[in-house]
Ligand binder design. Structure first.
Ligand SMILES: [Mg+2]
Length: 387
């Protein structure tokens, strides 16, 4: 193998649901495969795999062009455009909904699709797990990534594997300020948790091995609502994790998903619900368009070729977690339109909530018993505990 870095790019978009938001139509996958086959024949890609999680088309691609390659991003954009044409013809739901701009301009980040990319020298054996989620925000990866790379109760390798014993560095994005910070574990663990515990505000972007700075994981952190300025769908993120030989074992990477933690998303992108690890076949959210799903596609990379995928949650041991997910989903659903099932007010900013507040702004009266409307004309500020 030449000493040249390969890049694994996972780029996804919802370009039309079948039926509603539950899955994709097979013709969308066929269209994407056709486009990416052309790219392989032109030697733009080494290899690819097309799949879906719920209503999102997922393009998993290997190439030599590095992260943020405009050629690769344009290929993904044009592939989604072609799939959108099919979605429009079939009148699929929300055709082209994640393509937020008319024309491609260099990089799909900020244009709607979600992106996670890793660039690395292929090892003697290079196992990777590609996680893809539907009906949730990128904050969904915070808890599992923390547990994989910083929690010895999940990952014994942090204690007993000397190449991991020094720990990992987490790169975290403040998605409102569009800034990043690197925090090192275990020594800055409590500080890290202060940030990433607020998963809708701070999201893990990359993870690096401390001993040599080698990249271990990358996650998509695009927030469509912040990009578009209005609600256009939940972000449905992807995350790529390298495994074994100095990184967590495959089992240590999957282990955090044995707990169906609550994530923001579910129906209308406005509810907390448990994240359900499921098989490729079962990534078809249907109970109130949920609960949120995650699939795990395992690959061995060989000379840039994607050997796989293996459906990593297709094991009956995960039935226990799936049953727990159903219980948690039922419990959360009983709250109906009440928090904490419904997202906090601040997260409802891109729904109809501001219009409702505005409509009643002048009708709020003072609490001193007088009928005098002291608030008339004053702007009502929505605050939450997180403000
Ligand atoms: Mg989706």
């Amino acid at each position: 193998m030449a000493e040249k870095k390969i890049t694994l790019s996972v780029i996804k978009a919802d370009v039309g649901g079948f039926v509603g938001h539950s899955t994709i139509h097979p013709d969308l996958a066929k269209t994407a495969i056709k486009e990416l086959e052309k790219a392989v024949s032109k030697k733009l890609l080494i290899d690819f795999h097309v799949t879906n999680c719920g209503d999102d088309v997922e393009l998993i691609m290997t190439h030599w062009r590095g992260k943020d390659s405009s050629d690769i991003h344009e290929l993904a954009w044009n592939t989604f455009k072609e799939a959108t044409k099919v979605a429009q013809k079939l009148k699929l739901y929300g055709a082209g909904q994640d393509l937020l701009v008319d024309a491609f301009s260099g990089n799909v980040k900020g244009m709607g699709p979600g992106v996670a990319e890793l660039e690395f020298l292929e090892r003697k054996s290079e196992p990777v797990i590609v996680f893809m989620a539907d009906k949730c925000s990128p904050g969904a990866w915070n808890l599992p990534l923390f547990r994989m790379f910083a929690d010895p109760f999940c990952t014994p390798g942090l204690i007993i594997d000397k190449s991991m014993h020094d720990g990992f560095i987490f790169e975290v994005v403040d998605i409102h300020q569009n800034k990043v910070i690197k925090l090192s574990c275990p020594e800055q663990m409590y500080d890290l948790l202060m940030f990433i515990g607020s998963a809708e505000n701070f999201m893990i972007y990359n993870v690096y091995r401390k001993t040599d700075g080698e990249v271990a994981a990358a996650a998509s952190t695009q927030k469509l609502s912040l990009i578009a300025g209005q609600y256009v769908g939940k972000d449905d993120p992807v995350c790529v994790v390298r495994s074994q030989s100095g990184f967590p074992a495959v089992g240590e990477i999957l282990e955090p998903f044995s707990f169906p933690h609550l994530v923001a998303g579910w129906t209308r992108g406005s509810h907390y619900g448990p994240l359900m690890p499921c098989t490729f076949k079962d990534a078809t959210p249907s109970r109130l368009d949920g609960p949120p799903r995650v699939i795990a596609a395992g690959f061995q990379i060989a000379e840039g070729k994607l050997i796989g995928p293996r459906d990593m949650f297709a094991d009956s041991i995960w039935d226990y977690t799936r049953n727990k997910t159903a219980e948690a989903a039922e419990y959360m659903r009983r709250h109906g339109p009440f928090e904490p099932h419904r997202l906090p007010l601040k997260e409802m900013e891109y729904t109809t909530m501001p219009q409702i507040m505005k409509k009643y702004e002048s009708k709020f009266l003072s609490m001193d018993g007088s009928a005098k409307d002291k608030n008339k004309g004053k702007k009502i500020t929505v605050t939450t505990e997180t403000d």
